[in-house]
Ligand binder design. Sequence first.
Ligand SMILES: [Zn+2]
Length: 89
Amino acid sequence: MNKPTTNRPTFIPKMYCNLFGHHYQVTKKVTYHVKEYTCSHCKKQLTTNSNGRLIELTPKFKEINAILERIHASRMERSKKKTLASSIY
Ligand SMILES: [Zn+2]
């Protein structure tokens, strides 16, 4: 591995991430298990896939997450009604 030279004029965020790793923050909760993350340094985006692994958030996965979010929201609505009904018995 190359030693980083001192006083490098362009210390770009991407290089920071290469040296110290990305600093991901949750930017969106899609479902209980699927979240979207953004690196606070280089703005790289990740998401959780169906296996629970972190993968790059491509436009395709953004689309999938949008659908998941809608399904999740409607499920939440339904389960709310279900718990109301079951509490009667
Ligand atoms: Zn980064």
